[in-house]
Design a protein around this ligand. Structure first.
Ligand code: ADP
Length: 455
């Protein structure tokens, strides 16, 4: 600012000096004329720079400010500094805005910005998916015209946005959405949508599970209570044999409840325990034990065969692995009628190892196979109960195998038998040096593949 006054003062001094000098040498008239010419030149100089400034002002952002000497030069360079600073601020804001929009786009929740008339100002990709919208044609359209579900329209019009509402997704009606409107700024609204299908599924599973457990416990409890009441009421009249029979039946039911509770605790532990370590289990020894257990359970009613390639060690939780494989073996005994054949097989190679249990028992219908690992799923409820089943065995097997990065494969045909195969990855199977060198024909013949059981 000071330099503007200094500049004006020096121009004024120069013009006066010129006028006085010319007046002194050539007379007063020429002095005044030279002052007038100098003032005119000064005016033209300022007008020219003013016009350059005006042209610059209508040029696009980022056009360099013109150069000029003297005061105008200073004006132009301060303008230059100011525009450079403004440009830097603008680009910083643009970057922040882009980052904010990118983050909003990446959100799994849907976000729609509505104006005073509830018309869409902005939306992210999730909102497009949830509400079946398209940002290329729906921006500016009132949301009430596009999402016409009565529950939504009522919520939008109600003005009471304290609680969210639940809707079905317009694009995929199997998905459940939780919708909430939040008012902000001046008459603006934020419409948020969240996919809660998974929560719904979990809630349904939880309800089914509680209902199943209650149902499974209720029957034996009723039986036990009934026997106790009978004994209380009629004990003096009962013979010793009758009383013993009642007690034996009550004991059976109590054992059934105990098995159920143990299986439930096992499942819960499998879900919460830390991943299994790398304990070593000698496979040949394990299979021998399993065959002995099967023989004890069968009590001579089945032909049990073992074909296990020696020299392999399974790495994982010894207790979990034993319980999972024992489950497959005991199922084979329980679901194979007297006189049937059961075969336990172990094979291993560079790609991992496979434990297979084959039986020629009652078999399973193809449509039941994918559901066998669901909790409490049984093909024949009566037979499962008769043989002491809880309906949780294969769910436990699946969990244990998953925890060991292994998979369960089931092949079966009603009336012809079943084959359950647990496939372990190479990192869970250690081949002992002797076995690695042993001839491959010590291994049993390969078992054909079945796809893993989902669930
Ligand atoms: P359960 O305690 O009822 O045996 P599981 O989870 O072990 O429960 O098995 C689920 C169902 O799978 C069983 O009820 C039975 O119907 C069927 N199943 C399992 N193994 C066999 C098998 N080897 N042969 C025929 N059916 C089987």
């Amino acid at each position: 600012m000071t330099s503007v006054w200094m500049g004006a003062l020096s121009w004024f001094g120069a013009v006066c000096f010129l006028g006085l000098t010319v007046g002194a040498f050539a007379g007063q008239r020429w002095g005044l004329a030279s002052i007038a010419v100098a003032l005119l030149a000064l005016c033209l100089h300022h007008l020219r720079n003013l016009r350059r400034l005006q042209y610059w002002a209508i040029e696009p952002n980022g056009t360099p400010v013109p150069d000029a000497p003297g005061v105008w030069g200073e004006v132009f360079s301060s303008l230059n500094r100011r525009t450079r600073k403004a440009a830097a601020v603008r680009s910083e804001l643009e970057i922040r805005l882009r980052r904010f929009l990118d983050a909003s786009q990446a959100m799994p929740d849907g976000v729609v910005v509505l104006n005073r008339q509830n018309a869409i100002e902005w939306m992210n990709a999730s909102a497009e998916g949830h509400f079946g919208l398209d940002h290329r044609k729906d921006l500016g359209a009132p949301i009430g015209n596009l999402v016409r579900q009565p529950a939504f329209v009522h919520y939008l019009d109600s003005g009471a946005y304290g609680e969210p509402v639940e809707l079905r997704s317009l694009r995929d009606p199997r998905r459940a959405l939780s919708i909430q409107i939040i008012e902000f700024g001046i008459d603006r609204k934020l419409l948020l949508s969240r996919d809660i299908s998974q929560l719904h599924r979990l809630e349904t599973m939880r309800r089914d599970f509680v209902a199943n457990v209650s149902h499974e416990l209720k029957t034996p409890l009723t039986v036990v209570t009934g026997f106790i009441e009978t004994l209380q009421d009629t004990l003096p009249e009962l013979t010793r044999e009758e009383a013993t029979a009642y007690l034996a039946m009550a004991h059976d039911q109590a054992l059934r409840m105990q098995r159920l509770v143990e299986d439930l605790l096992t499942l819960s532990a499998l879900e919460t325990d830390s991943p299994p370590g790398d304990e070593r289990t000698d496979v040949a020894e394990l299979i021998e034990d399993l065959a002995e257990e099967a023989a004890a359970l069968s009590a001579g009613r089945h032909h049990i065969e073992v074909e296990a390639a020696a020299g392999a060690v399974l790495l994982g939780s010894a207790r979990e692995l034993r319980s999972a494989l024992a489950n497959l073996v005991s199922n084979a005994v329980r679901y194979t009628p007297e006189g049937g054949h059961i075969r336990l097989l172990w094979q291993h190679g560079p790609e991992g190892g496979r434990f297979t249990v084959e039986d020629d028992g009652i078999g399973i219908d193809a449509r039941d196979i994918p559901r066998l690992t669901e909790r409490f799923y049984r093909v024949d409820r009566g037979r499962s109960r008769e043989t002491g089943g809880t309906g949780l065995g294969l769910a436990i097997v699946k969990h244990v195998l998953n925890r060991h990065q292994a998979s369960l494969h089931i092949e079966s045909e009603p009336g012809r038998g079943s084959r359950f195969t647990a496939r372990f990855p190479a990192r869970r199977v250690q081949r002992l040096p002797d076995a690695a060198q042993s001839s491959p024909d010590r291994n049993p013949p390969p078992v054909p593949e079945a796809p893993p059981v989902a669930g």
